[in-house]
Design a protein around this ligand. Structure first.
Ligand code: NAG
Ligand code: NAG
Ligand code: NAG
Ligand code: NAG
Ligand code: NAG
Ligand code: NAG
Length: 251
């Protein structure tokens, strides 16, 4: 009986153990004009241990080398336009927002699509604010958007705030009884007419990543390659000679 239990446990442990994190190289990969390296990895072209599961990038490069669509992040609607490794930030746009009318945005919540992710919408962004049915006048500088014929339709107002703060408009607008929706856009965006909406959304917004395991810069500086063992949820530094170290190749 005990033997059976022990055998079962061994089986379970083997089944849940991660793929080995050594083998093929994790040299930086290219997709369109982007360099993909830790914590990002290129699904389909690199082993999964080259990065963290949240940062799987799928490349739609066509064989001629031209990118039809910017790469997607973990198969989601987020399309990556740039990765700034120096300050841990990404510029991405949401494919659904780009492909639909501004009026569809009035039912959109960017924070909820990123829940439980290691990526957060950067507070450095500006924001587009849609509001409707305020008991008092809409925010100053608002441009009218006619959404008659859309679900949740009627007259909406569009304005631009310099600071992205998902909790900010909520406090103010709730007290005015407004319906509202917020879309982050790049810092220093300009809104001159409601027609600027599509272009602003297409340029994307900043996301920042935090709490990614391991100090990749330190591992790399010691001559190693950064790896991630998703099963053990642990960072690894793959060193010359084939050793896997917990932090750097120094010790
Ligand atoms: C990546 O996408 C898959 C499938 O869409 C999802 O189940 C998973 O939670 C995502 N992983 C992360 C870490 O965001
Ligand atoms: C990170 O650096 C890039 C390039 O210098 C800059 O464009 C971007 O705004 C910065 N990201 C954040 C979150 O400040
Ligand atoms: C958007 O979603 C976030 C996270 O789920 C939630 O905290 C927030 O209240 C929502 N905002 C609106 C305007 O519904
Ligand atoms: C809004 O659009 C609807 C349908 O396209 C149209 O009938 C209506 O006159 C428009 N309203 C304004 C104020 O322009
Ligand atoms: C605003 O309120 C009116 C009356 O309650 C309603 O008919 C209309 O649909 C509301 N507008 C929006 C955008 O929901
Ligand atoms: C590690 O360093 C090499 C050479 O210095 C560089 O080409 C590579 O991009 C770095 N990798 C990462 C993940 O930073």
């Amino acid at each position: 009986m005990l033997l059976v239990v022990v055998a079962l446990f061994t089986l379970l442990a083997t089944a849940t153990r991660a793929q080995p994190v050594v083998g093929e190289s994790c040299a930086p990969a290219a997709c369109g004009g982007l360099t993909i390296k830790y914590p990002f990895w290129l699904r389909g072209r690199q082993p999964a241990y080259c990065g963290h599961p949240t940062f799987a990038v799928t490349c739609d490069d066509d064989p001629t080398g031209a990118t039809a669509t910017p790469p997607s992040l973990n198969g989601s609607y987020l399309r990556v336009l740039a990765i700034h490794y120096g300050n841990s930030s990404v510029v991405a746009f949401h494919a659904n927002l780009v492909d639909s009318s501004a009026c569809a945005t009035t039912r959109f919540n960017m924070s909820s699509i990123l829940a439980l992710s290691l990526l957060a919408v950067s507070r450095a962004n500006s924001e587009l604010l849609f509001s409707a049915n305020c008991s008092r006048t809409p925010p100053t500088g608002s441009l009218p958007v006619n959404c008659t014929g859309f679900s949740g339709g009627g007259e909406w107002f569009l304005s631009l705030n310099r600071m992205y703060d998902p909790g900010g408009p909520k406090r103010a607008l709730d007290t005015m009884g407004c319906l509202y929706s917020v879309v982050p856009v790049l810092p220093w965006s300009e809104l001159r007419s409601a027609g600027d909406y599509a272009g602003l959304v297409r340029r994307g917004f900043l996301l920042e990543w935090t709490a990614v395991p391991g100090d990749c810069a330190a591992c790399n500086a010691s001559g190693g390659e950064c790896r991630y063992d998703a099963g053990a949820m642990a960072f690894g530094c793959f060193c010359p000679g084939g050793r896997l170290q917990p932090a750097t190749c120094g010790e």
